[in-house]
Design a protein around this ligand. Structure first.
Ligand code: NAD
Length: 302
């Protein structure tokens, strides 16, 4: 069975797959044109988020049986096109949730305490102590949009900071955690921090926009470690410049890597803390995700 890994997969997981009798494994990142050329030969394609598995790639996979996604979101895979051809799509929900939750909290603290700006200033020989007064998380209200695997891990940890926690999720009506499920308007109105943990879907595209910013508290802190495109970046820029939003912590962008325009405008603002989509990039999460995916694949091909 020919398996191709097109995005970096944990070493131990790759070795485990290699040890399966009958498996012929290739592992190399190919750009679309090159990937299209080998598609007719492969039966299993493994990706993370960098490879976009579009309908034409799926169409070219005449022997393709399984697409394995080492991670959660399936927005880089045309699942409908795969299902129409009877190709199974396997992912690993939950396996990287703790890493994303920890980064989310890191971004919240970095935004509250100007950690990135303080570092840049200090490295440039500037002692900006007086300009960098920040906020505590203690006693403040956080609104979590999307109360799935990551949203719940974020809540669990923020309870230890003694924050008041609100959450909105149309598919979760109650929880046994010390979290109040509310409607979106209440969440916008009452939150000092808003953190997003929903998938990117037609419903969540530009969920946070000019109109929704106007419903939020002045000085709100916004965190997005879910998917680019959920926040309207132009509206966020405006809200950061006019002070509606105190700071934003972003791990994901509508275009990745971001365009020069975004880098020169939104990312250049001193109150934006940004990381290059590293939510799941920990040794622990990648091992967990890789091993879980490989065990699931082995079950399928056995
Ligand atoms: P999940 O499926 O466990 O949870 C998502 C939750 O969002 C679900 O409970 C669902 O009911 C809810 N939801 C769906 N539509 C909604 C809407 N319109 N409004 C409010 N809630 C809605 O997924 P997860 O593992 O918690 O992942 C959450 C997000 O984090 C996804 O976008 C995923 O792609 C992203 N993610 C990012 C990274 C990263 O590297 N930054 C890594 C992993 C996952």
């Amino acid at each position: 069975m020919r398996i191709h890994i097109n995005d970096p997969l944990d070493k131990q997981a790759t070795e485990r797959l290699k040890s399966v009798p009958g498996v012929e494994l290739t592992s190399e990142h190919l750009e679309k044109e090159e990937l299209l050329k080998i598609m007719p030969e492969i039966e299993v394609l493994i990706v993370r988020s960098a490879t976009k598995v579009t309908a034409d790639i799926i169409e070219a996979g005449t022997k393709l049986k399984i697409i394995g996604r080492a991670g959660t979101g399936l927005d880089n895979i045309d699942v409908k096109a795969a299902e129409a051809k009877g190709i199974k799509v396997i992912n690993t929900p939950g396996a990287n949730s703790i890493s994303v939750a920890e980064l989310t909290i890191g971004l919240m603290i970095a935004c509250s305490r100007h950690i990135a700006r303080g570092t840049i200033d200090l490295k440039n020989g500037k002692w900006t102590k007086k300009e960098l007064e920040g906020h505590e998380l203690f006693g403040r209200t956080v609104g979590i949009i999307g109360f799935g695997n990551i949203g719940r891990e974020v809540a669990k940890r923020l309870l230890a900071f003694d924050m008041k926690i609100l959450a909105y999720d149309p598919f979760v009506k109650e929880t046994d955690m010390n979290v109040k499920m509310v409607d979106l308007d209440t969440l916008y109105k009452e939150s000092d921090y808003i953190t997003i943990h929903v998938p990117l879907t037609p419903e969540t595209k530009n969920l946070i926009n000019k109109e929704t910013f106007s419903k939020m508290k002045d000085g709100v802190i916004i965190i997005n470690a879910a998917r680019g495109g959920i926040i309207d970046e132009a509206a966020l820029y405006e809200a950061l410049v006019n002070g509606k939003v105190y700071a934003a912590g972003l791990d994901v962008f509508e275009v990745e890597p971001p365009t020069d325009e975004l880098r020169q405008k939104l990312l250049a603002l001193p109150n934006v803390v940004a990381t290059p989509h590293i939510g799941a990039s920990t040794f622990e999460a990648q091992e967990r995700v890789g091993m879980l995916l490989v065990e699931r694949l082995i079950k399928e091909i056995a």
